[in-house]
Design a protein around this ligand. Sequence first.
Ligand code: ATP
Ligand code: MG
Length: 662
Amino acid sequence: MNGGGKTTPTNASSGTGTLANLLHEQRRFPPSSDFTAQANVTAEAYAQADADYQAFWDREAGRLAWAQQWTNVLDWSNPPFAKWFVGGKLNAAYNCLDRHVEAGRGDKVAYYFEGEGGDTRTITYAQLTDMVCQAANTLADLGVKAGDRVAIYMPMIPETVVAMLACARIGAPHTVVFGGFSADALRTRIHDCDARIVITADGGYRRGQPAGLKSAVDEALLDCPDVRSVLVVRRTGQDVAWEDGRDIWWHDSVEQASTHHHAEPFDAEHPLYVMYTSGTTGKPKGILHTTGGYLTGCAYTHWAVFDLKAETDVFWTAADIGWVTGHSYIVYGPLANGATSVLYEGTPDTPHQGRWWEIIDKYKVTLLYCAPTAIRTFMKWGAQIPDKYSLASLRLIGSVGEPINPAAYIWYRDTIGHGRTPVVDTWWQTETGSIVVSPLPGVTAGKPGAAMKALPGFRVDVVDDEGQPVPNGSGGYLVLTQPWPAMLRTIWGDDDRYVSTYWSRFPGLYFAGDGAKKDDDGDIWVLGRVDDVMNVSGHRLSTTEIESALVSHPIVAEAAVVGATDDMTGQAVVAFVILRSEAGDGGPDVVQQLRQHVAKEIGKMARPRQIMVVAELPKTRSGKIMRRLLKDVAENREIGDVTTLADSTVMELIRSSMPGME
Ligand code: ATP
Ligand code: MG
């Protein structure tokens, strides 16, 4: 789904338009009656929203404080270019900060910050408001005006949130680039959105070591003559090169600035930020989100999906702010709702593998949101680690980013949720801005591996090659069939690519690029990316289902499956697996065992031709498996673009174990 051309699903030639429906999962987890009794959302919400979705969003936008009321909920006269809350005016930072302070909640904690090395800060809404006002004043002094883009390249520290909200406050769209990305990746993003200001830090802590950020900015800027100022937070105290006239310390500027700043209201459609997609399938796309609709979508979904009780909950999205999940559910959603969040700088295994569980017990976290990749890593390390902690404060746990395999769902539910907490498997994208498909925790009887239903206010379907809805029990392409407030407005600077990537495959429908099936109840199972669908002897197989079958074997912690060209079958299934720690090397017949297991779970046709036991899989910084790189290995090709890979040494390791392949 990249490269600017029309998005054509691969292997569509088999002509059936549907994916084979393989895995049978019968377990159901209805919410407890206690949970349902106190839940924010009841089952009636679906019918109410369906009756008139624009009236629904008209009400939901009332969660925000508007300086000027909108005249029109939605202008869809020029599809697919949407305008939501037309004529309305608001300030995103005011909504996230000042209004809570004005309502007497200034002393409420906005963030419990936990540094990797154990340093902590507790930041209230009043303090955060002051910090953001100071940063807004500094940016204005640096000549940043509404509409100017600002690049943010930071570790996971409170100043990152401050920088984002300061940009929002003055109407300057931010583009946050993962602190782990290279100078090269930073440079291409600065160029793409033509940012003139960069906010960074000297460095950040990663696995106990100070890792340089300013040095990467310096390198990137050799090739960015238009960037005039670099604002630098001191985090690690490491030595940095300095360019007088361009570089400014945060503590010499922001921390000296006035805490008074008037938040000017902007048009509902004023650009809020540009966020580049994870780059799982190829070159990242600069996704544009605007103010009123995006903030409405974040506030509503954060409240509904996590059953947020802003007064008492402690919410923790354990993800990086440089990913859309961080934007919507560390920053904008929780702050718009006046919630208390945890912000953690480091990795899950620093200084020890129980770090997350320690943090949950320390801050009495009630709502945890993380990625399946983390859950599978914890499975690999073993239950004995979380078992040392109480985790009694948790009342709901969620997952995002990839399909969660049923085995990982059950492990998460039992080992972390102690069988008490609802699990919400949330499907969405950078492009959708907010969660779209998810269980409602007080309503839905969860099925392990299923994202279930579109939330009230959204409409999704699964369609065949012709764009026709598939019947229950069949697979096809996941689409959204009506506009939604937090939807992307375009790809930055490239309206044509916006139209061709998302709106041309099926006219009138938003094509997400993911395969999915509707089960017999009409519930939705996301089956992975359409680009990853395999065609084995004419059967269209999903990577997710075969991976889930592998992960259901007790010795497997994580699996990635790709289709490799095969003379006999067109494509053949090639699997890469990581074993659980306690399984050692799996023994001499591990490959045979796992092939048989897949045959038993889903059928002979899905049995991998080859299985490679590996120590690591190639992942993006947001933890998604980059199957296209594994496919390069499986097909013995030059390995493609690795700039969004979290750890570039992984591919060499996998390559070097190639002789193990038959
Ligand atoms: P790129 O578009 O650059 O390849 P990306 O799609 O990985 O990157 P994101 O926007 O971060 O970038 O990820 C959205 C994708 O993540 C979805 O399209 C889907 O493939 C996957 N995804 C997210 N949540 C879920 C989920 N709960 N279940 C299944 N898949 C999910
Ligand atoms: Mg994508």
